[in-house]
Unconditional design. Structure first.
Length: 247
């Protein structure tokens, strides 16, 4: 039986709010449980007041989100969280500083995603993410030898930002025509798989179930947390087929 402290996980939420709900849903769905008591204890610090991550990355005169993120991490540690996840991909730009100043392990969903893609044999990776994530080259920094990160063109990146900020974060229905316009371009550029590298895109995928080969960073993070607690359902052991295998 796993120690109780390892069954309590922490989530720094609110970035964005709906993505936090989707992330918790993924954790629950992936957990091998037949009764309430079998589920993992989750502490959530829902803090939408954390300053916008992309705004700071693009303009350092804007408020720095690290202080607020660390406040959340410390509250989760005080509550007994064994490890912490942040369901915001752009926040991973600050991962090293947050980890150095946190009292608990803070999972790195970008690194875990790239490691998983390497394990499954993928080398040409399309990425849909915020301008902050793209400009900071988060996925490029975590790629392995022989991997190629493929980003949308400038025009299609505007579509991505519209989906994230004008649709999901604004509480509006996502314009799936824009979503497919981006993914079609990435596929035409040679992407073997498309990474949903923003948690607002995870919200779209959760509600709309788009067709195609995608890897959602939130799925990778949720799988890691549940695996660490020893409660992963067998059907979630793999999130992607091996390269070349059929879906």
């Amino acid at each position: 039986m796993m120690e109780e402290k390892k069954r309590k996980i922490g989530i720094i939420g609110g970035v964005g709010p709906m993505a936090t709900v989707v992330f918790m849903k993924k954790i629950i769905e992936m957990t091998d449980a037949v009764r309430d008591q079998d589920h993992i204890e989750i502490l959530v610090d829902h803090c939408p007041s954390i300053p916008d991550r992309t705004a700071y990355i693009l303009d350092h005169t804007k408020p720095n989100p690290v202080g607020k993120i660390l406040e959340c991490a410390n509250r989760l540690a005080d509550g007994g969280a064994y490890e912490i996840a942040i369901p915001c991909v752009t926040a991973h730009f600050f991962h090293q500083e947050i980890q150095e100043k946190s009292r608990r392990e803070v999972l790195n969903g970008v690194r875990d995603t790239m490691d998983y893609l390497k394990e499954r044999g993928y080398s040409k990776i399309g990425v849909m993410a915020t301008d902050g994530t793209v400009r900071s080259n988060l996925f490029v920094q975590n790629e392995s030898d022989g991997m190629e990160i493929i980003y949308p063109s400038a025009e299609r990146q505007k579509d991505v930002m519209h989906l994230i900020y004008d649709d999901v974060k604004s509480g509006r229905e996502p314009e799936m025509g824009l979503f497919y316009r981006v993914t079609d371009e990435l596929n035409d550029k040679g992407a073997e798989v498309i990474v949903l590298g923003c948690t607002e895109l995870s919200v779209i995928a959760d509600h709309r179930h788009p067709q195609g080969l995608y890897l959602d960073v939130l799925d990778v993070l949720a799988r890691r947390l549940v695996m660490d607690c020893g409660r992963l359902k067998s059907q979630y052991r793999e999130l992607l087929p091996l390269k070349g295998e059929k879906l």
